[in-house]
Every structure is written in structure tokens, then in C-alpha cells.
Design a binder for this molecule. Structure first.
Ligand code: AVI
Length: 317
């Protein structure tokens, strides 16, 4: 495997205890969903993506499979592709297979080992491609290096509908930062999950095999593991509910009995039936997403599946 020139922006380690304590003080009580993804949580998430009820991953892959040539035509020749939160760099292969003379691929991920491993595999599979892995928290502002050849266009790639896990204000701020990253005339190719029947949505976040429940409860195990909080994890149960007014699926951990959670010198009393909200997953319409993005980007192309359950959209800054 080739030795790749890692640009290490040394992302700060998560302050799990500080951020969780602050979120638990909020009303209603919350825990940040970004903490789902420790080693165990990431494994559980990979299993979620394979579940029959969890339609987003396979639907997005099918859209990519069918429309990658059209997407590549829209991105144009000599583009620099910047992947935000590249993980295993799996979905991007469908695009790389179709792009004409891309000047480079910059995968950005917070997990150094995972990044180097995935970037190495891409460099192996696409020997002509200039691969520049960047270890960074893509949610933080950063200055990107110049690619070795000048690109015709910079395009950020953000699949998976991860934008759905941001509240609208956070999403607008994030999109403004991405627009700055790709510069005027640059683009964003983004996966956006769409509004659909509540029964389909609730099943996707409350699967019969209980994998999503384990993923949600792992957050409490993680807090116990990392800060020795001594939370009685069995005293909580997973709940996923559709909040139609806010157009989002909410995941909660509901106390089965009265609980005391000690964190960072604070004790939180949680009464039976009370819940801690752990994640919001917003579901957009094509119109609501265009409006959310409108301060930073204009939507110029949308590809969806036949049921219009998921979309991949190309936005221009
Ligand atoms: C990562 N993100 C887009 C997933 C989602 O669908 O909101 C996280 C997830 N939570 C439960 N299942 C999957």
C-alpha cells in the first residue's frame, strides 16, 4: 500500500464528560449524538446500515449506482473531490469510477487510523488519483491544502444524510462553512433523507432485531466506560418517535425506574418514564431542504429513487 502524505490537523479529543454533563442540564435532557461512534458504536452503526428496516444506506447506494454517470457529468472534468467524514470511503468509489480526470481526492476524517487505511485502499484502487488524506474534525473550520494541479471545481461530498443529524441552525452554519471551503462556483454533492410515512420512519429507527436499541444504549455504556459514571444501563430503554411538527425522528432513552446519574460532580435525578433525547434525524422535503440550503447554495440537480425516499443532490455555491 502506498505511503500517503497525511495532513494531520490534530483534531481535539472529545470532551465526553464535559459535553454530556452540559447536555444533561438542558431541558429536555439530552446527550450529544456525535458520541454514539466509539469503536462499539461504529460497529453497531455498520450493522444498522444492513438492517432490512434501515432503508437510507441501500437506497442511497442504489441512487449512486444508477446515477453516478450523471453526477460525474455534473461535477465536470478536473474536479477536486473533498469528502467530509469519509469513514471507509465506500460510497465515493461509485463516483470515482465515473469522474473524468479528477485532480484529487481529499478524504477528511477524525479517526486517523481508519482514514489512513481507507485512503490507502483508494490510492491502491485508483493509482492515477492524487489522494490527500486530512485528519480533522470536518465540523470545525479549517484551511484545505492546495492540490498539486489546479482544479476546475472544488466539490464537497457529504453522503449518508448526516446533515439530518444537525438542527436547522447548525445545518445552515455547516452549509455556509462548506460553501467557503469549495469557493464560488464550487459544489456540494449531498445525501438527504426525505419525509415519508411515519410507520416506515419509526421502524427504521426501532428495528425488530434490536440493533438500533443497542446502538442507543451504547451511549450510556460509553459514558460508563470512559468516565466510570456507574449508570444502570438496564434501567433505560430505547425509544424512537416521529415528531411530525419538527419533521424529525427522535431517539430517546427512557428510564424504567427512578435513577440517579452522577456525572462530573453533578447528580441528575431522572424519574420513571422521563427520557433523555439522544438524537434527532431530520427528514426533509425537496422544497424544505432547498430553503434550508439557500443562504449558501442553490440546488441544481436532484436524483431520487422511485419511491422518493432518499435524494442525492448537487448544490452550487
Ligand atoms: C448517521 N445518521 C445519518 C444516522 C441517521 O439515520 O440519522 C444515525 C442513526 N441513528 C439511528 N440509526 C441511524
Amino acid at each position: 500500500m502506498p505511503q500517503l502524505p497525511l495532513l494531520d490537523l490534530e483534531p481535539q479529543a472529545d470532551d465526553v464528560v464535559g459535553e454530556c454533563t452540559a447536555a444533561m442540564r438542558a431541558s429536555p435532557r439530552q446527550l450529544p449524538c456525535k458520541f454514539f461512534y466509539d469503536r462499539r458504536g461504529s460497529q453497531l452503526f455498520d450493522r444498522i446500515c444492513e438492517l432490512p428496516e434501515y432503508y437510507p444506506t441501500r437506497t442511497e447506494l442504489a441512487i449512486l449506482h444508477e446515477h453516478a454517470p450523471a453526477m460525474a457529468a455534473r461535477l465536470g472534468p478536473r474536479c477536486l473531490l473533498i469528502e467530509l467524514g469519509s469513514g471507509s470511503s465506500v460510497k465515493v468509489r461509485k463516483l470515482l469510477d465515473e469522474l473524468v480526470d479528477p485532480v484529487g481526492y481529499m478524504p477528511i476524517d477524525i479517526s486517523r487510523e481508519h482514514l489512513l487505511d481507507a485512503a490507502g485502499q483508494i490510492a491502491d484502487a485508483y493509482p492515477e488519483l492524487d489522494v490527500q488524506p486530512i485528519c480533522a474534525d470536518y465540523a470545525q473550520p479549517m484551511t484545505l491544502p492546495e492540490p498539486t494541479q489546479p482544479p476546475q471545481r472544488r466539490v464537497a461530498y457529504f453522503p449518508g444524510s448526516t446533515i439530518g443529524n444537525l438542527h436547522p441552525d447548525e445545518a445552515r452554519r455547516f452549509l455556509a462553512r462548506v460553501a467557503g471551503m469549495v469557493q464560488q462556483g464550487g459544489g456540494l454533492l449531498i445525501g438527504v433523507d426525505l419525509r415519508k410515512e411515519p410507520a416506515v420512519l419509526e421502524a427504521a429507527y426501532n428495528d425488530a432485531a434490536g440493533v438500533t436499541a443497542a446502538f442507543n444504549l451504547n451511549l450510556l455504556h460509553r459514558i460508563n466506560r470512559e468516565v466510570g459514571a456507574g449508570i444502570d444501563v438496564d434501567a433505560f430503554e430505547h425509544q424512537a418517535v416521529w415528531n411530525g411538527e419538527a419533521s424529525r425522528v427522535e431517539m430517546h432513552l427512557v428510564a424504567r425506574s427512578d435513577q440517579h446519574v452522577a456525572l462530573n460532580g453533578d447528580t441528575f435525578h431522572i424519574t420513571v418514564g422521563e427520557s433523555i433525547r439522544t438524537e434527532c434525524s431530520y427528514k426533509h422535503t425537496l422544497a424544505s431542504f432547498a430553503s434550508l440550503a439557500s443562504e449558501a447554495f442553490e440546488v441544481v440537480d436532484v436524483w431520487t429513487d422511485a419511491r422518493q425516499w432518499f435524494s442525492v443532490q448537487y448544490l452550487e455555491a
